[in-house]
Design a protein around this ligand. Structure first.
Ligand code: PLP
Length: 381
Protein backbone atom coordinates (compact mmCIF):
# COMPACT_ATOMS: atom_id res chain seq x y z
CA UNK A 1 0.00 0.00 0.00
CA UNK A 2 1.61 3.25 -1.07
CA UNK A 3 2.02 6.06 1.43
CA UNK A 4 0.81 8.70 -0.95
CA UNK A 5 -0.61 11.67 0.91
CA UNK A 6 0.62 15.14 0.13
CA UNK A 7 4.31 15.33 1.03
CA UNK A 8 3.59 17.84 3.76
CA UNK A 9 0.71 15.95 5.35
CA UNK A 10 1.43 15.34 9.04
CA UNK A 11 -0.98 12.42 9.29
CA UNK A 12 -3.47 10.79 6.98
CA UNK A 13 -5.67 7.77 6.48
CA UNK A 14 -4.93 5.50 3.52
CA UNK A 15 -8.30 3.97 2.61
CA UNK A 16 -8.31 0.86 0.46
CA UNK A 17 -11.51 0.92 -1.55
CA UNK A 18 -10.73 -2.39 -3.27
CA UNK A 19 -10.71 -3.93 0.21
CA UNK A 20 -14.17 -2.47 0.91
CA UNK A 21 -15.38 -4.12 -2.31
CA UNK A 22 -13.73 -7.40 -1.38
CA UNK A 23 -15.31 -7.30 2.08
CA UNK A 24 -18.75 -6.53 0.63
CA UNK A 25 -18.43 -9.53 -1.70
CA UNK A 26 -17.40 -11.81 1.19
CA UNK A 27 -20.32 -10.60 3.33
CA UNK A 28 -22.78 -10.86 0.44
CA UNK A 29 -21.70 -14.46 -0.19
CA UNK A 30 -21.89 -15.42 3.48
CA UNK A 31 -25.25 -13.70 4.07
CA UNK A 32 -26.67 -15.22 0.89
CA UNK A 33 -28.98 -12.21 0.52
CA UNK A 34 -28.47 -8.68 -0.92
CA UNK A 35 -26.90 -6.09 1.35
CA UNK A 36 -28.20 -2.90 2.84
CA UNK A 37 -24.72 -1.62 3.64
CA UNK A 38 -24.46 0.75 6.57
CA UNK A 39 -22.74 4.01 5.62
CA UNK A 40 -23.94 5.98 8.65
CA UNK A 41 -21.49 8.26 10.46
CA UNK A 42 -19.78 8.87 7.13
CA UNK A 43 -19.20 5.13 6.68
CA UNK A 44 -17.81 4.75 10.20
CA UNK A 45 -15.45 7.64 9.55
CA UNK A 46 -14.12 6.33 6.24
CA UNK A 47 -16.18 8.50 3.87
CA UNK A 48 -19.69 7.55 2.76
CA UNK A 49 -19.48 9.06 -0.72
CA UNK A 50 -16.24 7.27 -1.55
CA UNK A 51 -17.55 3.99 -0.12
CA UNK A 52 -20.85 4.20 -2.02
CA UNK A 53 -19.06 5.01 -5.27
CA UNK A 54 -16.57 2.20 -4.73
CA UNK A 55 -19.40 -0.27 -4.14
CA UNK A 56 -21.00 0.69 -7.44
CA UNK A 57 -24.05 2.48 -6.07
CA UNK A 58 -25.68 4.60 -8.81
CA UNK A 59 -24.51 8.21 -9.01
CA UNK A 60 -25.41 10.92 -11.51
CA UNK A 61 -22.19 10.15 -13.42
CA UNK A 62 -21.97 6.43 -12.62
CA UNK A 63 -24.51 3.71 -13.44
CA UNK A 64 -25.20 1.12 -10.78
CA UNK A 65 -22.87 -1.87 -10.98
CA UNK A 66 -24.33 -5.37 -11.22
CA UNK A 67 -22.90 -6.26 -7.82
CA UNK A 68 -23.93 -2.99 -6.16
CA UNK A 69 -25.64 -3.30 -2.77
CA UNK A 70 -29.44 -3.30 -2.65
CA UNK A 71 -29.25 -0.01 -0.74
CA UNK A 72 -27.30 2.03 1.77
CA UNK A 73 -28.26 2.73 5.37
CA UNK A 74 -27.82 6.04 7.19
CA UNK A 75 -28.83 7.53 10.54
CA UNK A 76 -29.57 11.18 9.78
CA UNK A 77 -31.11 13.18 6.97
CA UNK A 78 -27.98 15.34 6.78
CA UNK A 79 -26.09 12.19 5.81
CA UNK A 80 -28.69 11.46 3.14
CA UNK A 81 -28.53 15.02 1.86
CA UNK A 82 -24.74 14.86 1.55
CA UNK A 83 -25.09 11.71 -0.56
CA UNK A 84 -27.84 13.18 -2.74
CA UNK A 85 -25.83 16.41 -3.19
CA UNK A 86 -22.92 14.26 -4.39
CA UNK A 87 -25.21 12.79 -7.04
CA UNK A 88 -26.17 9.54 -5.32
CA UNK A 89 -29.20 7.99 -7.00
CA UNK A 90 -29.19 4.74 -5.04
CA UNK A 91 -31.71 3.61 -2.48
CA UNK A 92 -31.11 5.24 0.92
CA UNK A 93 -32.76 3.86 4.05
CA UNK A 94 -32.70 5.77 7.33
CA UNK A 95 -32.53 3.15 10.11
CA UNK A 96 -32.83 5.67 12.94
CA UNK A 97 -36.31 6.93 13.86
CA UNK A 98 -37.13 10.34 12.45
CA UNK A 99 -39.19 12.96 14.22
CA UNK A 100 -42.59 13.45 12.57
CA UNK A 101 -41.46 16.92 11.55
CA UNK A 102 -38.59 15.36 9.55
CA UNK A 103 -40.84 13.24 7.33
CA UNK A 104 -41.37 15.90 4.60
CA UNK A 105 -37.59 16.33 4.30
CA UNK A 106 -37.12 12.56 4.09
CA UNK A 107 -39.71 12.46 1.31
CA UNK A 108 -38.04 15.24 -0.65
CA UNK A 109 -34.62 13.54 -0.30
CA UNK A 110 -36.19 10.26 -1.45
CA UNK A 111 -35.09 8.55 1.73
CA UNK A 112 -36.89 5.41 2.89
CA UNK A 113 -37.68 6.03 6.57
CA UNK A 114 -38.04 3.50 9.40
CA UNK A 115 -41.40 3.96 11.04
CA UNK A 116 -42.99 2.36 14.07
CA UNK A 117 -45.87 4.66 15.09
CA UNK A 118 -49.28 4.36 13.42
CA UNK A 119 -49.71 8.13 13.05
CA UNK A 120 -46.30 8.40 11.35
CA UNK A 121 -47.20 5.66 8.88
CA UNK A 122 -50.39 7.55 8.00
CA UNK A 123 -48.49 10.85 7.77
CA UNK A 124 -45.90 9.27 5.47
CA UNK A 125 -48.59 7.90 3.16
CA UNK A 126 -50.30 11.29 2.98
CA UNK A 127 -46.96 12.83 1.93
CA UNK A 128 -45.82 10.23 -0.60
CA UNK A 129 -46.39 6.76 -2.03
CA UNK A 130 -42.67 6.06 -1.50
CA UNK A 131 -41.73 3.00 0.59
CA UNK A 132 -41.00 2.83 4.29
CA UNK A 133 -39.71 0.05 6.54
CA UNK A 134 -41.42 -0.99 9.74
CA UNK A 135 -39.04 -1.07 12.71
CA UNK A 136 -39.64 -3.74 15.36
CA UNK A 137 -37.85 -3.78 18.72
CA UNK A 138 -37.16 -7.35 19.80
CA UNK A 139 -34.96 -6.56 22.80
CA UNK A 140 -32.53 -3.79 21.91
CA UNK A 141 -34.94 -1.30 23.52
CA UNK A 142 -33.70 1.60 21.41
CA UNK A 143 -36.08 2.08 18.50
CA UNK A 144 -39.13 0.50 16.94
CA UNK A 145 -42.42 -0.90 18.16
CA UNK A 146 -42.12 -3.56 20.88
CA UNK A 147 -42.50 -7.09 19.51
CA UNK A 148 -45.42 -7.71 21.86
CA UNK A 149 -47.21 -4.52 20.77
CA UNK A 150 -47.14 -4.86 16.97
CA UNK A 151 -50.89 -5.61 16.94
CA UNK A 152 -51.38 -1.89 17.77
CA UNK A 153 -50.12 -1.11 14.26
CA UNK A 154 -52.44 -3.48 12.42
CA UNK A 155 -54.79 -0.81 10.99
CA UNK A 156 -52.01 1.58 10.04
CA UNK A 157 -50.05 -1.21 8.33
CA UNK A 158 -53.16 -2.50 6.56
CA UNK A 159 -53.81 0.97 5.17
CA UNK A 160 -50.20 1.52 4.06
CA UNK A 161 -48.15 -1.70 3.92
CA UNK A 162 -44.38 -1.34 4.34
CA UNK A 163 -41.78 -2.38 1.79
CA UNK A 164 -39.66 -3.90 4.55
CA UNK A 165 -39.79 -5.01 8.17
CA UNK A 166 -36.69 -5.20 10.31
CA UNK A 167 -35.26 -5.68 13.76
CA UNK A 168 -31.80 -5.13 15.27
CA UNK A 169 -29.71 -7.45 17.47
CA UNK A 170 -28.09 -6.36 20.70
CA UNK A 171 -25.55 -9.22 21.08
CA UNK A 172 -25.63 -11.41 17.97
CA UNK A 173 -21.85 -11.78 18.00
CA UNK A 174 -21.61 -12.58 21.71
CA UNK A 175 -24.62 -14.68 22.57
CA UNK A 176 -26.39 -17.09 20.25
CA UNK A 177 -29.27 -17.64 22.73
CA UNK A 178 -29.98 -13.89 22.75
CA UNK A 179 -29.89 -13.81 18.94
CA UNK A 180 -32.24 -16.78 18.77
CA UNK A 181 -34.63 -15.16 21.23
CA UNK A 182 -34.71 -12.01 19.07
CA UNK A 183 -35.20 -14.16 15.95
CA UNK A 184 -38.22 -15.77 17.63
CA UNK A 185 -39.70 -12.46 18.75
CA UNK A 186 -39.27 -11.10 15.23
CA UNK A 187 -40.95 -14.15 13.70
CA UNK A 188 -43.83 -13.85 16.18
CA UNK A 189 -44.32 -10.16 15.28
CA UNK A 190 -44.41 -11.01 11.59
CA UNK A 191 -46.93 -13.76 12.26
CA UNK A 192 -49.13 -11.30 14.17
CA UNK A 193 -49.15 -8.96 11.18
CA UNK A 194 -49.16 -11.71 8.52
CA UNK A 195 -52.62 -10.90 7.20
CA UNK A 196 -51.80 -7.22 6.65
CA UNK A 197 -48.21 -7.56 5.35
CA UNK A 198 -47.48 -8.33 1.73
CA UNK A 199 -45.96 -11.80 1.30
CA UNK A 200 -43.19 -9.99 -0.58
CA UNK A 201 -42.31 -7.74 2.38
CA UNK A 202 -38.52 -7.54 2.78
CA UNK A 203 -37.49 -8.96 6.14
CA UNK A 204 -34.05 -8.09 7.54
CA UNK A 205 -32.24 -8.40 10.81
CA UNK A 206 -28.57 -9.34 10.48
CA UNK A 207 -25.89 -6.78 11.31
CA UNK A 208 -22.22 -7.80 11.00
CA UNK A 209 -22.45 -9.88 14.17
CA UNK A 210 -25.53 -11.65 12.86
CA UNK A 211 -23.84 -12.46 9.55
CA UNK A 212 -20.70 -13.69 11.31
CA UNK A 213 -22.69 -15.79 13.77
CA UNK A 214 -24.50 -17.89 11.14
CA UNK A 215 -22.95 -20.39 8.80
CA UNK A 216 -26.06 -21.05 6.69
CA UNK A 217 -26.79 -17.49 5.60
CA UNK A 218 -28.89 -14.64 6.92
CA UNK A 219 -32.63 -15.02 7.48
CA UNK A 220 -35.04 -12.93 5.43
CA UNK A 221 -34.22 -10.94 2.33
CA UNK A 222 -31.47 -8.47 3.23
CA UNK A 223 -28.53 -8.13 5.64
CA UNK A 224 -27.15 -4.87 7.06
CA UNK A 225 -23.39 -5.08 7.69
CA UNK A 226 -21.48 -2.07 8.94
CA UNK A 227 -18.33 -2.69 10.96
CA UNK A 228 -17.36 -5.85 9.04
CA UNK A 229 -17.38 -3.99 5.74
CA UNK A 230 -14.62 -1.79 7.15
CA UNK A 231 -12.80 -4.76 8.73
CA UNK A 232 -13.29 -3.36 12.23
CA UNK A 233 -14.44 -6.78 13.49
CA UNK A 234 -14.70 -10.36 12.22
CA UNK A 235 -11.83 -9.74 9.77
CA UNK A 236 -9.80 -12.74 10.80
CA UNK A 237 -12.86 -15.00 11.10
CA UNK A 238 -14.29 -14.08 7.70
CA UNK A 239 -11.11 -13.29 5.75
CA UNK A 240 -11.86 -9.58 5.37
CA UNK A 241 -9.14 -7.23 4.16
CA UNK A 242 -7.98 -4.20 6.14
CA UNK A 243 -9.52 -0.98 4.85
CA UNK A 244 -7.90 1.78 6.91
CA UNK A 245 -4.21 2.50 7.36
CA UNK A 246 -3.47 5.38 9.72
CA UNK A 247 -0.11 7.01 8.96
CA UNK A 248 1.72 9.79 10.72
CA UNK A 249 5.10 11.31 10.11
CA UNK A 250 8.05 11.23 12.44
CA UNK A 251 8.52 14.90 13.34
CA UNK A 252 11.11 14.66 16.10
CA UNK A 253 13.79 12.23 17.31
CA UNK A 254 15.70 12.35 20.59
CA UNK A 255 17.81 10.41 23.04
CA UNK A 256 16.21 9.96 26.46
CA UNK A 257 18.56 9.16 29.32
CA UNK A 258 18.05 6.48 31.98
CA UNK A 259 15.43 7.56 34.51
CA UNK A 260 14.07 10.41 32.36
CA UNK A 261 10.35 10.56 31.63
CA UNK A 262 8.34 11.06 28.45
CA UNK A 263 5.07 13.01 28.03
CA UNK A 264 2.41 14.40 30.39
CA UNK A 265 2.22 13.03 33.87
CA UNK A 266 5.65 11.37 33.49
CA UNK A 267 3.95 7.96 33.37
CA UNK A 268 6.88 6.35 31.50
CA UNK A 269 10.55 6.43 32.39
CA UNK A 270 13.50 5.16 30.38
CA UNK A 271 15.13 2.08 31.87
CA UNK A 272 18.28 2.77 29.83
CA UNK A 273 19.37 5.04 26.98
CA UNK A 274 16.40 5.10 24.60
CA UNK A 275 15.75 6.69 21.22
CA UNK A 276 12.30 8.23 21.12
CA UNK A 277 10.41 9.36 18.00
CA UNK A 278 7.55 11.86 18.06
CA UNK A 279 4.73 11.17 15.60
CA UNK A 280 2.37 13.87 14.31
CA UNK A 281 -0.81 12.16 15.47
CA UNK A 282 -2.66 12.35 18.77
CA UNK A 283 -6.04 11.82 20.29
CA UNK A 284 -7.48 14.76 18.34
CA UNK A 285 -6.70 12.65 15.27
CA UNK A 286 -8.52 9.68 16.75
CA UNK A 287 -5.45 7.92 18.13
CA UNK A 288 -7.10 7.35 21.47
CA UNK A 289 -5.53 8.38 24.75
CA UNK A 290 -6.31 4.86 25.98
CA UNK A 291 -3.31 3.75 23.91
CA UNK A 292 -0.94 5.58 26.26
CA UNK A 293 1.88 3.17 27.22
CA UNK A 294 0.06 0.20 25.61
CA UNK A 295 -0.14 1.01 21.89
CA UNK A 296 2.09 -0.43 19.18
CA UNK A 297 3.17 1.40 16.01
CA UNK A 298 4.96 0.11 12.90
CA UNK A 299 8.15 1.79 11.69
CA UNK A 300 9.57 0.17 8.55
CA UNK A 301 7.53 -2.91 9.40
CA UNK A 302 8.99 -3.13 12.94
CA UNK A 303 6.74 -2.95 15.99
CA UNK A 304 7.56 -0.08 18.36
CA UNK A 305 5.88 0.70 21.68
CA UNK A 306 3.99 3.85 22.55
CA UNK A 307 5.74 5.45 25.51
CA UNK A 308 4.00 7.83 27.87
CA UNK A 309 0.63 9.43 27.38
CA UNK A 310 -0.83 10.07 23.96
CA UNK A 311 -1.20 13.84 23.66
CA UNK A 312 -3.70 15.83 21.62
CA UNK A 313 -1.52 16.26 18.54
CA UNK A 314 1.48 13.95 19.06
CA UNK A 315 2.48 10.57 20.39
CA UNK A 316 5.93 9.25 21.29
CA UNK A 317 7.28 5.79 20.47
CA UNK A 318 10.44 3.91 21.39
CA UNK A 319 12.52 3.39 18.23
CA UNK A 320 15.73 2.28 19.94
CA UNK A 321 17.66 0.15 17.46
CA UNK A 322 15.11 0.70 14.67
CA UNK A 323 16.12 2.70 11.58
CA UNK A 324 13.99 5.83 11.72
CA UNK A 325 14.28 9.25 10.10
CA UNK A 326 12.54 12.59 10.42
CA UNK A 327 9.76 12.82 7.84
CA UNK A 328 9.15 9.13 7.35
CA UNK A 329 5.68 7.67 7.77
CA UNK A 330 4.81 5.46 10.70
CA UNK A 331 1.76 3.18 10.63
CA UNK A 332 -0.49 3.43 13.68
CA UNK A 333 -3.24 1.23 12.24
CA UNK A 334 -2.99 -1.00 9.18
CA UNK A 335 -0.31 -2.61 7.10
CA UNK A 336 3.36 -1.73 6.82
CA UNK A 337 5.57 -4.18 5.01
CA UNK A 338 4.65 -7.70 6.02
CA UNK A 339 3.10 -6.69 9.33
CA UNK A 340 -0.41 -5.54 10.08
CA UNK A 341 -2.05 -3.81 13.03
CA UNK A 342 -5.77 -4.43 12.57
CA UNK A 343 -8.42 -2.08 13.94
CA UNK A 344 -9.31 -4.88 16.33
CA UNK A 345 -5.75 -5.27 17.59
CA UNK A 346 -5.36 -1.55 18.24
CA UNK A 347 -8.80 -1.29 19.85
CA UNK A 348 -8.04 -4.29 22.09
CA UNK A 349 -4.69 -2.83 23.13
CA UNK A 350 -6.42 0.33 24.31
CA UNK A 351 -9.49 -1.44 25.68
CA UNK A 352 -11.74 0.63 23.40
CA UNK A 353 -14.52 -0.38 21.05
CA UNK A 354 -13.42 -0.90 17.44
CA UNK A 355 -16.52 1.12 16.44
CA UNK A 356 -15.33 4.11 18.47
CA UNK A 357 -11.78 3.77 17.21
CA UNK A 358 -12.91 3.76 13.57
CA UNK A 359 -15.49 6.54 13.81
CA UNK A 360 -13.03 8.67 15.78
CA UNK A 361 -10.47 8.69 12.98
CA UNK A 362 -12.47 11.10 10.84
CA UNK A 363 -11.76 14.17 12.90
CA UNK A 364 -8.54 15.64 11.51
CA UNK A 365 -6.77 13.08 9.36
CA UNK A 366 -7.59 13.49 5.66
CA UNK A 367 -8.54 10.30 3.87
CA UNK A 368 -6.50 9.29 0.83
CA UNK A 369 -8.45 6.84 -1.33
CA UNK A 370 -6.78 4.01 -3.23
CA UNK A 371 -8.35 1.86 -5.91
CA UNK A 372 -5.60 -0.71 -6.29
CA UNK A 373 -6.24 -4.25 -5.17
CA UNK A 374 -3.77 -4.97 -2.39
CA UNK A 375 -1.74 -8.12 -2.08
CA UNK A 376 -3.47 -9.98 0.74
CA UNK A 377 -1.32 -10.28 3.83
CA UNK A 378 -1.60 -13.15 6.26
CA UNK A 379 -2.98 -12.19 9.65
CA UNK A 380 -0.27 -11.89 12.29
CA UNK A 381 -0.63 -14.31 15.16
C1 PLP B 1 -25.39 0.34 12.77
C2 PLP B 1 -26.47 -0.58 12.39
C3 PLP B 1 -26.18 -1.74 11.67
C4 PLP B 1 -24.78 -2.22 11.38
O1 PLP B 1 -24.20 -2.72 12.56
P1 PLP B 1 -22.73 -3.33 12.58
O2 PLP B 1 -22.61 -3.91 13.93
O3 PLP B 1 -21.79 -2.20 12.35
O4 PLP B 1 -22.67 -4.33 11.48
C5 PLP B 1 -27.25 -2.50 11.23
N1 PLP B 1 -28.52 -2.14 11.53
C6 PLP B 1 -28.83 -1.05 12.24
C7 PLP B 1 -30.24 -0.73 12.54
C8 PLP B 1 -27.82 -0.24 12.72
O5 PLP B 1 -28.11 0.85 13.43
Amino acid sequence: MPHSAHPTARAWLDVDLAAVRHNAAVLRARAGVPLLVMVKADSYGIGAIAVCRALGVAFRDQPSRDDAPWGVGIASLDEAEALRDAGCRGRIVCLQPLLPTDLPRAASLEVTPSLHVGADVAAWRSLTMAPYHLSIDTGMARAGVRWDRVADLRDAVAAAPPEGVFTHFHSADESLPSRDEQDERFAASLATLADVLSPAVLRHSDNSGGIASRSHGSPGHLARPGIALYAGMFDQQLGLLPVVHLRARVIDLREVHPGESVSYGATWRAAGMRRIATLACGYADGYRRHLSNVGTVLINGTRCSVVGRVTMDMVMIDVTGVPCEIGQAATLIGRDGADLLTVGMVADAGGVSPYELLTGLAQRVPPVYHETLPVPVAFPT
